[in-house]
Design a protein around this ligand. Structure first.
Ligand code: UGA
Length: 443
């Protein structure tokens, strides 16, 4: 089938490449000529495991093309995926200008039936706004061309996006037109073979499903972070509590890991946007407000522990940071807990020496050259002469370090583990103080 994707960001690229991989003829459109040039010369603008290889093989097979020519894009696909950004406005609502601009472009150029597929995470009611925009433009053109707008939210996890697309646990298709639903079912058939994972529903329910999923996951994390603070206060160990409650299948083990707060381009933005939507309709989403507030506070927990340990004076000290990205297997720094920590350390007059397997370039791009930020060649090198080691992102490669080597390099023998991934007792055996989240320090 012929598919056009508007937007070669994270969602658009993964969608385009995976649809091409199963044999569709995919044309990706972006207004940014540099991005298209890069993609057409074999480059990839983002880091995502497996993406590069799939882009190159599908380009070589002629099933995947990149262009800035929007008109050609509208002519190409029966399916017109809208996968452009929806950055948050000042007030937390999603900014729909890019989504509506694509709708406008499609309406300006379409000559026969098109299915507009909302893939970006968009507030409930956006499909109606997209349809209104298309109708307006068609009316101005004096054309009565048929079209449908479908909500088909993505559920990709950064770092596992290709796998999530290829083997989805659900494919949500929101449409009020059963015939369109069947066309989407045919497009998704290669990803839906072993048992039916495609759920057809009305447009608004599909739009809300996306927010509900992310808000639920964010709630689980904030709940555990809140509990971790209570555990510290009452002298309990949150990791034991986690295992204890996770064994109840109604609660489950996933997404109940306490830490130094959630980040990324989805949870913070989506929780705020849903809260904003509710508020706009006269409903105070008290739980969502609390999820956000707890996360905001949790991002300060590491700094507070460090400050307290050093008696309030951090000036002139150097901290080795392991992990900068908001989570492992990505270079994404959006709303990363590391940023809140680094900025607080700088404010307190401290230096940061950071190591991250992939996010150092992005960090340099964000903060520029500055005297209080340096990067280490590897994890161990970051600890050389540092006053303490702070683990911020749960990369696998940090999980079983050589504690003796760390001990001999640190000026003060202390580790702050913001993700509870290290073996605290083993660190202690090597002569290190181990301070983590939601449990007593090990001295
Ligand atoms: C999230 C959702 O997990 C995806 O299902 C969804 O499709 C995506 O948002 C989206 O809306 O596009 P993502 O933001 O890539 O995916 O990252 P997650 O793996 O969910 O991690 C989010 C944050 O939560 C990270 O900072 C991670 O460290 C933190 N986290 C996760 C915890 O603190 N504790 C946990 O138990 C799990």
């Amino acid at each position: 089938m012929d598919v056009t994707i508007f937007g070669t960001g994270y969602v658009g690229l993964v969608t385009g490449v995976c649809l091409a991989e199963v044999g569709n003829n995919v044309l990706c459109i972006d207004i940014d000529p540099h991005k298209i040039e890069l993609l057409n010369s074999g480059g990839v603008p983002i880091y995502e495991p497996g993406l590069d290889e799939l882009i190159q093989s599908n380009r070589a097979a002629g099933r995947l093309r990149f262009s800035t020519d929007a008109q050609a894009g509208v002519a190409h696909g029966l399916f017109q995926f809208i996968a452009v950004g929806t950055p948050p406005d000042e007030d937390g609502s999603a900014d729909l200008q890019y989504v509506l601009a694509v709708a406008q472009t499609i309406a300006e150029h379409m000559t026969d039936y098109r299915i507009l597929v909302d893939k970006s995470t968009v507030p409930v009611g956006t499909a109606d706004r997209v349809a209104d925009r298309v109708r307006e433009v068609l009316a101005q053109r004096g054309q009565a061309i048929e079209f449908d707008v479908v909500s088909n939210p993505e559920f990709l996890k950064e770092g596992a996006a290709i796998e999530d697309f290829m083997r989805p646990d659900r494919i949500i298709v929101g449409t009020d037109n059963p015939r369109t639903g069947e066309l989407l079912r045919a497009l998704y058939a290669p990803f839906n073979r072993s048992h039916n994972r495609l759920m057809l529903m009305d447009v608004r329910s599909a739009e809300l499903t996306k927010y509900a999923a992310n808000a639920m996951l964010a709630t689980k994390i904030s709940f555990m972070n809140e509990l971790s603070n209570i555990a510290e206060a009452v002298g309990a160990d949150i990791e034991k509590v986690r295992v204890g409650i996770g064994s109840d299948p109604r609660i489950g083990y996933q997404f109940i890991y306490p830490g130094c707060g959630y980040g990324g381009s989805c949870f913070p933005k989506d929780v705020r946007a849903l809260e904003h939507t509710a508020r706009g309709l006269g409903y105070t989403a008290a739980l969502l407000q609390a999820v956000e507030a707890v996360n905001f506070r949790q991002k300060d927990v590491l700094f507070a522990k460090i400050r307290d340990y050093f008696g309030g004076d951090l000036s002139g000290k150097t901290f080795a940071l392991w992990g900068l990205a908001f989570k492992p297997n990505t270079d994404d720094m959006r709303e990363a807990s590391s940023r809140v920590l680094m900025e607080a350390l700088w404010q307190a007059g401290a230096q940061v020496r950071a190591y991250d397997p992939v996010a150092m370039a992005e960090t340099r791009r964000l903060y520029g050259e500055r005297a209080d930020l340096t990067f280490a060649a590897d994890a161990l090198a970051a600890t050389e002469g540092a006053d303490a080691l702070v683990v911020v992102t749960e990369w696998s490669q940090f999980r079983s370090p050589n504690f003796d080597a760390i001990r001999s390099r640190l000026r003060t023998p202390v580790i702050f583990d913001g993700r509870n991934i290290l073996d605290g007792p083993l660190a202690c055996t090597a002569g290190l103080t181990y301070i983590s989240i939601g449990r007593a320090p090990l001295l």
